[in-house]
Design a protein around this ligand. Structure first.
Ligand code: SF4
Length: 288
């Protein structure tokens, strides 16, 4: 049985960078506390907890001798300031793609322009971005919410980094139709989610079974499962190698593997090794 990995899988650039920055702080001997879960993967959170990394839900919980971590989603300037005042050190792991949206929003607000951000208002990334354009930013889900916006002053339209391209451009066009003022549209969607889905789709059409490694509550992993199922009926979402049922691989010649953007490499390696050992057992004529 051949095990094939998708061309793009696992940690996105921003998550990998955040985990590396945390590791660096731990290795320097810091007591590290992340504001909000650093990553949506239980196994990786457990590994980090073993290294002494804990999570706080409010800046007030940080100790004077501790290191605070701002995760990839970013925070408002107020929260950043609070952490800087309270903690011994702040590790800012805001993904550079998110920082770009924050800076664009801040620049437009400083020119007294409105900022329309297409995304989920409750998402931490959106709460952070809105904080960079106080009294100037509106976070809206899609074009259906444009009509309810007030009169807009030379609006800038940007996006949450993980939304669908069509949602962004449909909303941007609705904003353009709403005002006679100049509308600036900047697509700030990051390609990580799309790249993983396209790579999974391409591989799923070539294999007999597919394993997607990721948390059951990770929305990008659940979406990957949907994409794979369209091409390969035997697609399974698993969190660890223990969930693989060898009987599902009876008569399977090729198996594909991908992983959500929060799944660490060590977890992916374990799954691949386990699949390879099932393949060797099959070759040796051993039944599951
Ligand atoms: S999905 Fe994109 S924007 Fe979000 S953390 Fe990953 S690389 Fe950064």
């Amino acid at each position: 049985m051949q095990v094939l990995l998708a061309n793009e899988y696992g940690f996105c650039f921003g998550v990998e960078r955040a985990v590396e920055m945390v590791e660096e702080a731990v290795n320097a001997g810091d007591t590290v506390r992340a504001l909000g879960p650093l990553i949506h993967n239980e196994q990786e959170m457990q590994r980090l907890a073993h290294e002494g990394v804990t999570t706080i839900s409010d800046p007030i919980q940080i100790g004077r001798l501790e290191t605070a971590v701002i995760r990839a989603h970013g925070v408002t300037p107020e929260v950043q300031k609070e952490l800087e005042e309270l903690a011994a050190k702040v590790v800012d792991a805001t993904c550079p793609f998110v920082t770009r949206v924050q800076k664009l929003a801040a620049r437009a607000a400083a020119a007294d322009r409105h900022v329309i951000v297409v995304g989920s208002p409750d998402h931490p990334e959106m709460i952070g971005v809105k904080g960079y354009a106080p009294n100037h930013a509106f976070v809206i889900k899609d074009e259906t919410e444009v009509a309810a916006l007030p009169r807009l002053r030379n609006p800038l339209v940007v996006s949450q980094t993980t939304i669908k391209v069509k949602t962004f451009f449909d909303t941007a066009e609705a904003v353009r139709a709403k005002t006679d003022d100049n509308v600036e549209i900047i697509n700030t969607i990051c390609s990580a989610t799309k790249d993983r889905q396209e790579a999974a789709r391409a591989l799923a059409g070539m294999v007999d079974a597919f394993y997607i490694i990721g948390g059951r509550h990770s929305s990008n992993s659940v979406k990957l499962l949907g994409v794979c199922k369209e091409q390969c009926e035997k697609s399974f979402l698993i969190e660890t190698e223990d969930e693989i049922n060898a009987a599902d691989l009876d008569g399977v010649a090729t198996v594909g593997v991908t992983a959500g953007a929060s799944t660490p490499n060590w977890l992916i390696d374990k799954v691949v090794k386990h699949l390879e050992s099932i393949g060797r057992d099959q070759d040796a004529g051993l039944k599951p």
